[in-house]
Design a protein around this ligand. Sequence first.
Ligand code: RP5
Length: 151
Amino acid sequence: MTAKVAILMGSPNDKDKMEPGAQTLERFGIEADVRVMSAHRSPTMVAEFASTARDQGFALIICGAGMAAHLAGAVAAHTTLPVIGVPLSGGAINGWDALLATVQMPRGIPVATVAVDGAMNAALLAVQILAIDDLDLAAALEVHRREMTPR
Ligand code: RP5
């Protein structure tokens, strides 16, 4: 089965900030399944998705949320797939809340947290994880790094 990556976000209002993640995965030819679900507003949906994600063929899950950003942690609680958290800016304290809520996971349930609004880096990290045993992806990452190098 071809590896799939899920991009979850807590609100439809997060779409613009998470879009670079889907675009980056697409650039590497990786299918992104983008869904809106909330740790607080639709917790049953989150639990059902996360607990069946491996059987659905997902290789890892990227989660973006703002404010009391519990989506990545809630997903990680229900799966042993790697979970990458993207804290999102916005709200009264503009991302500090989401950063701490996403990164400060308790021992035993890790979330790999990227920068505030770092959806692109989340996708690149996902590609790097998938490239561990995929030489074509590894080569594509080398090309991407070369393209970033100032000339
Ligand atoms: C979080 O609360 C969402 O991820 C979003 O970033 C934030 C605000 O959500 P909305 O009230 O805009 O739907 O759960």
